[in-house]
Design a protein around this ligand. Structure first.
Ligand SMILES: [Fe+2]
Length: 295
């Protein structure tokens, strides 16, 4: 029996904690560190969600299900042939930059969870995915395996999430998560009753640690499931999306210092951590140079 069939036929006895976005950031942080995956309801205001969708819809409609020259066939197989992709979201959407990238919950979680391992954390990737009817279940995975294990000194190297830009039902392939799996021995495989479909209404988000097992669910419905994957990582790690090239300098120049920093354009000053600096221009912080009109 396939993993997808086993999940579908299971009783799904595990649960994902649900917290409203109005909860204190300390409460949300504690729940995420404990469960490894949480659903934050009403993460985006309905008007913000409508603006975000309006800005992204033309890009989804123009998107190809198999981008030309996908890095290799392995990644193409991972996403499958029924998925529309929108990348470089910060270049394409003001609402993304203002209301998502700099969302106080992302900033608060980044400071609390990634902050102990870096001076500034950064966007790893923002990736719009519209998983169409027929999209198969992804293999269960941990997002953080794109980087080597950093050992106990840096236990968290990524905070991931999927924002529901439309309905997220099990039939439509809502993200499957395995609560608690961030604390497991890496060889342990989840049983069907440990896998939960993160069903949620538009504007809510499932947020999970890079070490939590999850997968895109199979879409057995006749509707497209639109989501926005947003993840953050340590300021001194290479990011999945090359934000320096995906976002134009003209665009970056116009953004706030916080947005510039979260997009990875700030220097990472590790002196107080016993390290050196990274990402300087003329030995200076690019965010200061942007402010002075020198970049
Ligand atoms: Fe993933």
């Amino acid at each position: 029996m396939s993993a997808a069939a086993r999940v579908k036929s299971s009783a799904m006895t595990a649960t994902v904690p649900r917290l409203p976005a109005t909860q204190p950031i300390e409460t949300i942080t504690e729940a995420l560190l404990d469960a490894g995956a949480i659903i934050v309801t009403d993460f985006l205001d309905p008007l913000v969600l409508a603006r975000l969708n309006a800005e992204l819809t033309p890009h989804f409609e123009a998107a190809q299900t198999k981008p030309q020259g996908f890095i290799n066939e392995g990644y193409a197989a991972f996403y499958g042939p029924y998925v529309r992709h929108v990348l470089a979201v910060a270049e394409k959407s003001n609402t993304f930059v203002d209301e998502v990238l700099c969302h106080p919950i992302y900033v608060g979680l980044g400071q609390a969870i990634l902050g102990p391992s870096c001076k500034t954390f950064q966007l790893n990737v923002a990736h719009g995915l519209e998983r169409g009817p027929g999209a198969a279940m992804q293999h269960l995975h941990r997002d953080e395996v794109v980087w080597p294990d950093l050992g106990p000194a840096h236990p968290h190297r990524e905070i991931s999430s999927v924002i529901a830009l439309g309905d997220f039902t099990a039939e439509m392939g809502a993200t499957l998560v395995v609560p608690g799996s961030h604390k497991w021995d890496r060889a342990r495989k989840p049983q069907p009753d440990e896998i939960v479909a993160a069903e949620m209404s538009p504007g809510s988000a499932v947020i999970y640690l890079g070490g939590a097992i999850h997968a895109g669910g199979p879409n057995t419905s006749d509707r497209r499931r639109r989501g926005l994957h947003v993840s953050y990582t340590l300021g001194w790690l290479r990011t999945e999306e090359n934000n320096y090239l995906a976002i134009s300098r003209e665009r970056v120049r116009a953004l706030s210092p916080l947005a510039q920093t979260l997009l990875g354009f700030a220097a990472h000053d590790g002196l107080s951590m016993g390290l050196g600096y990274l990402g300087a221009v003329d030995l200076r912080d690019p965010v200061d140079l942007f402010a002075e009109g020198k970049l």
